[in-house]
Design a protein around this ligand. Structure first.
Ligand code: AQP
Length: 338
């Protein structure tokens, strides 16, 4: 963190762009639950990121509650961590503009997620989608967050946040004003793939319902999706090397390992030589055991929007109390009249 002396703080967020899925759970939220006991944590629902692609307004509101309820259902405690929606804390947008003037065009042009999400017709993508990683840097640094739990797909964006923090510190000669945030990516579940295509990541916006296990799926739906998951005709190998070139098999083994707390090697010791006729029911039982209780709690919480609103309002107040003084200081550093 190059000499930064401030408190250890965690920031992470999830877009309300669809239903929360197993990839979001294993790559992000499950880590939030552990981290809340060690750090000053801020977990947001990044609604400003979500509108970088079209969102129906009524659905966006509903999904914002859904993501907040998912945090709570998975075990994030609003007394320990601030849970809030990004648009409620104005400091994110203010710092994002200043960072738009710090980040270089060439840095943003290298971001592969923009290329993936914009597709072939990038002229028609929103400007917001292009500057998305700059807003993400502001989300993190507006709290001077030192650690960011994310899935593997966010690694490049985190590097950009570090570059922006470093350039700001350097250009304005305020050494170590911003920390260089560390990604917390390692561990099982950092990259969960689609159940229909082992080469594509599990994504909320996947058009196929069967590509994702959603936290809101009940036991029957989970079991059906696992049963239908794409595989190959071979049995499971006894060693990890045997998973090479078998993306779908590797993904299912990885999910089993991440949910059971075992390594891929342990899972293959147990199931090597068995076909998917044996492995899929065992995996379905495990996913149901771990995810269905979260789904029930999620449904209960979604039935209590008043409570969810109260959690979000309280979280936003706590978040603004940290972010506002930091943005005020940034404005002074930049030379704005404050
Ligand atoms: N498949 C995944 N495996 C592991 N981690 C994942 N994450 C997302 N997908 C996987 C992690 O979840 C957090 C929140 O991601 P997000 O919703 O803000 O953005 P995303 O990565 O763009 O997620 P989706 O599901 O793919 O959303 P859409 O389809 O709307 O773009 C991040 O920490 C991410 O790493």
């Amino acid at each position: 963190m190059s000499g930064y002396q401030g408190p250890m703080r965690v920031l992470s967020g999830i877009q309300p762009s669809g239903g929360m899925h197993l990839g979001n759970y294993l790559g992000a939220i499950r880590k939030f639950v552990d981290l809340q006991h060690q750090y000053d944590c801020h977990f947001c629902v990044v609604d400003m990121h979500a509108i970088t692609v079209w969102q129906d307004p009524a659905k966006l509101r509903e999904q914002t509650f859904h993501i907040a309820a998912s945090y709570l259902a998975a075990g994030v405690d609003p007394k320990l961590a601030a849970i809030f929606h990004q648009s409620a804390v104005h400091a994110h947008a203010e710092l994002a503009w200043i960072f738009n003037c710090v980040a270089r065009l060439g840095w943003v042009e290298r971001m592969t997620q923009f290329k993936d999400k914009a597709g072939k017709d990038k002229e028609r993508a929103s400007v917001g989608l292009y500057t998305y990683p700059v807003l993400q840097a502001a989300d993190i640094l507006v709290y001077k967050a030192t650690h960011v739990p994310v899935g593997e797909d966010q690694k490049q964006h985190l590097e950009l946040s570090r570059d922006i923090a470093g350039k700001f510190n350097h250009d304005y000669k305020v050494e170590s004003f911003f920390p260089l945030p560390e990604p917390l990516i390692k561990g099982p579940g950092a990259r969960i793939m689609s159940l229909r295509d082992g080469s594509a990541k599990m994504s909320k916006s996947d058009p196929s319902e069967n590509a994702c296990v959603f936290l809101s799926d009940d036991a029957d739906v989970i079991a059906k999706k696992i049963k239908k998951a794409k595989t190959d005709p071979e049995s499971l190998p006894s060693e990890e090397a045997g998973l090479e070139g078998r993306a779908e098999a590797a993904n299912l083994v990885g999910i089993y390992a991440a949910l059971s707390g075992k390594t891929n090697a342990d899972v293959l010791t147990e199931f090597g030589g068995q076909g998917f006729g044996v492995f899929k029911p065992a995996l379905a039982d495990l996913v149901v055991e771990k995810i269905a209780p979260i789904g029930s709690e999620l449904r209960r919480l979604e039935g209590d929007p008043q409570y969810l609103q109260q959690v979000l309002t309280d979280g936003a107040e706590r978040a603004a109390a940290v972010a506002d003084p930091i943005v005020k200081e940034v404005k002074e550093i930049v030379g704005f009249l404050v």
